[in-house]
Design a binder for this molecule. Sequence first.
Ligand SMILES: NC(=O)c1ccc[n+]([C@@H]2O[C@H](COP(=O)([O-])OP(=O)(O)OC[C@H]3O[C@@H](n4cnc5c(N)ncnc54)[C@H](O)[C@@H]3O)[C@@H](O)[C@H]2O)c1
Length: 298
Amino acid sequence: MTEIAGKAAVVTGGGNGIGMGLAKELARQGASVAVADIILENAQQVANAIKATGGKAVAIACDVCDRDSIRRTKEAANAALGPIQLVFANAGATSFDPLMKMSDEDVDWILDVNLKGVMYTARAFLPDMIAAREGHICATASMAGLLPGWIPQHTPYSAAKAGIIGLMMNAQLELKEFNIHTTSYCPGGVATGMRINNARYRPARYGGPGEKEVHLGDENREQSSLKFYRPEDIAPMVLNAVRNNRPFVFDHPEQRALFRKTYASVVESCYDDADKWLREHGEPTANPHGADLLDAQK
Ligand SMILES: NC(=O)c1ccc[n+]([C@@H]2O[C@H](COP(=O)([O-])OP(=O)(O)OC[C@H]3O[C@@H](n4cnc5c(N)ncnc54)[C@H](O)[C@@H]3O)[C@@H](O)[C@H]2O)c1
């Protein structure tokens, strides 16, 4: 179990949408919260709303694409709240564009904010959690990372979100001995500011803030018929998954069928040629280095 009450948390992208919902719910459940966002004014509004209801919160300006900014965020969070036990690496931005119509800067930005941002955040906060032998990292991935064939024109975003899932699952293997757990939250549709104008979050080195509405094209008609939750609906689900140290949390049960179908068909078909090879050749040649590798892992 990961307790929420009495713990100190950081939420990146806490100034709006899902992060705002998580920050407020964390405070409602008794955690103190560092609300970190690239738009400081929004983080301040969320922190003020928490304080107005008797909670403890601090707003911090933070760009998750920038390692130094995340390190400064960690120092500021420690100064205000002490050691942090709960990390919500949630900041992100989306894009719906044909891959080859995206600029190099936008591709880098989408990969950096969504994937490297989570890596930088985890690595900044982990040393204290490892020393304390306690903590939880919950990263906001996406159904686009689990079902990358679901939504067209989402390539760098899907790649980054799939990367988050790999990051969280693999980190869990080495963190469990320190009593640190990981969760990948994979939203399937939450009504937030994500579609309105993502480019307003774009840091200077990727071209700076701009105007760019996210338009779902005809090829995304299926997705645009989705029902959207509100951030305050999903925040308790996410915290419950964290409390129970679950590796994943999903929010749209109607996507279960597509999820099963996608992976069942992959599992059914992708071994066909290897099965055929085995029938014809018997076992593959042993890896001469296998024993050494196993020894090295002991
Ligand atoms: N809303 C959905 O349906 C949905 C679906 C799947 C995944 N997600 C993911 O949920 C997360 C939160 O998005 P949201 O839907 O709440 O959108 P949102 O646009 O409402 O919120 C994103 C927040 O992140 C902040 N942010 C952006 N770039 C940042 C940076 N470089 N450093 C720090 N903060 C930054 C923004 O200022 C904003 O407050 C994102 O990772 C997004 O990819 C959302």
